[in-house]
Write a protein that binds this ligand. Structure first.
Ligand SMILES: Cc1ncc(COP(=O)(O)O)c(C=O)c1O
Length: 380
């Protein structure tokens, strides 16, 4: 089956009892045994739940993976993944990524005795030089949040394989509709399903997907041992959201690209960071490994914090809010909002400046969105 068909059908079958076409919400903690030595297919919802299994199988199919796992949040997925590593292990992490991932690694994972090096992974020589015999994992995010830098999935996966290192990629921004890291040799894909996969800003959730039997076993064990799973109601909502993923992503992509072109011509804008623009330094790589660009990107207004604040405070349709990937448009100021958990020097080193603004372009009418920005720019 092809992507659009999988997004509606993968992992889902008419309910055996009543034939419900849509996967029911199995809102139960436990399941009755048919006899002391005759357990049901699911026995306890932390270990497994039919609604969650439908979502896990669907997400795995969309990413081209054998095993999918659904978590309570994107951060729960990451926490479970990083629990595979312990004292003496070394992780290499891209130096420009979601602030919450940075906080987890620097404030929690390092405290367990795991060494974490943040490296600019666009520089493959720097990656090669940082690898040591204790290196167990390379963690990527592409495009990066919020700077929209890209990492070369195929090259990084090749280098990692030469050294027996696991690669994991946060694929939240693109969703599997526009980018499938496993196809380029990456071992594990991570999602904040809170974003495009669910698409309606009404749950938080996360996912991990892999093709590797051993990693699949370890993640399944940790999910159950740590209890980081998603609840049935949230799984139902993500499963419903995924049914329209393809059509939503096309609309997000078209709207965002049009706004990016419009901003590029705006004299009050210093630079637009969008991999679909020919001005993006990695546009060729974008075309190689992405089928589209999604709805989230960033730009810098001319000036500093005051100009940025005036812009984000004067939109009406674009709500001033963190998060992204919902049908409604959002605008935010990474320095003070999404990335405030990173130390100032780390923000500055990554290139997150006071005049940087991130938008998550929704699927409203493009003319209304541009009018809204046009009006807000009159205050800058
Ligand atoms: C790229 C990326 N990864 C991970 C996360 C964390 O996901 P969650 O908020 O669902 O825990 C986010 C949240 O904004 C994100 O943008």
């Amino acid at each position: 089956m092809r992507f659009k068909t999988l997004s509606i059908h993968a992992g889902q079958h008419p309910d055996a009892t009543y034939g419900a076409v849509i996967t029911p919400i199995y809102q139960t903690s436990t399941f009755a045994f048919r006899g002391a030595d005759n357990p049901p297919p699911f026995d306890y919802s932390r270990s497994g739940n039919p609604t969650r299994k439908a979502l896990e199988d669907c997400i795995a199919a969309l990413e081209g993976g054998k095993y999918g796992f659904a978590f309570g949040t994107g951060m729960a997925a990451e926490t479970t993944f990083f629990a595979m590593y312990g004292p003496g292990d070394h992780l290499i992490v891209h130096d420009d990524l979601y602030g919450g991932t940075y906080r987890l690694l620097t404030k929690v994972i390092r405290q367990k005795g795991v060494a974490v090096d943040f490296v600019n992974l666009r520089d493959l020589d720097a990656l090669r030089k940082t690898i040591r015999k204790e290196t167990k994992c390379i963690w990527l995010e592409t495009p990066t949040n919020p700077l929209m830098n890209l990492l070369d999935l195929e090259s990084i996966a090749r280098i990692a394989k030469q050294h027996g290192i696991v690669t994991a990629c946060d694929n939240t921004f693109c969703s599997p509709y526009f980018q499938r890291p496993l196809d380029f040799g990456i071992d594990v894909v991570m999602h904040s399903t809170t974003k495009y996969l669910n698409g309606h800003s009404d749950i938080v959730g996360g996912a991990l997907i892999t093709n590797d039997d051993d990693l699949g076993k370890q993640i399944a064990f940790l999910l159950n041992a740590m209890g980081t799973c998603a609840g049935p109601m949230d799984c139902f909502l993500v499963l419903r959201g995924i049914k329209t993923l393809a059509v939503r992503m096309e609309e997000h992509n078209a709207n965002a690209l049009e706004i990016a072109h419009w901003l590029e011509k705006n004299p009050k804008v210093e630079i637009v960071l969008h991999p679909g623009l020919e001005s993006h330094p990695q546009h060729a790589l974008a075309k190689k490994q992405m089928k589209g660009y999604g709805g989230t990107f960033s730009f810098k207004v001319k000036g500093g914090r005051d100009e940025a604040f005036r812009l984000v405070s004067n939109t009406k349709l674009f709500q001033l809010a963190i998060s992204l990937g919902g049908v409604e448009s959002l605008i935010e100021h990474p320095w003070t909002m999404t990335h405030s958990s990173m130390p100032e020097d780390a923000r500055a080193a990554a290139g997150i400046t006071h005049n940087l603004i991130r938008v998550s372009v929704g699927i409203e009418d493009i003319a209304d969105l541009i009018e809204d920005l046009e009006h807000a720019f009159t205050h800058v």
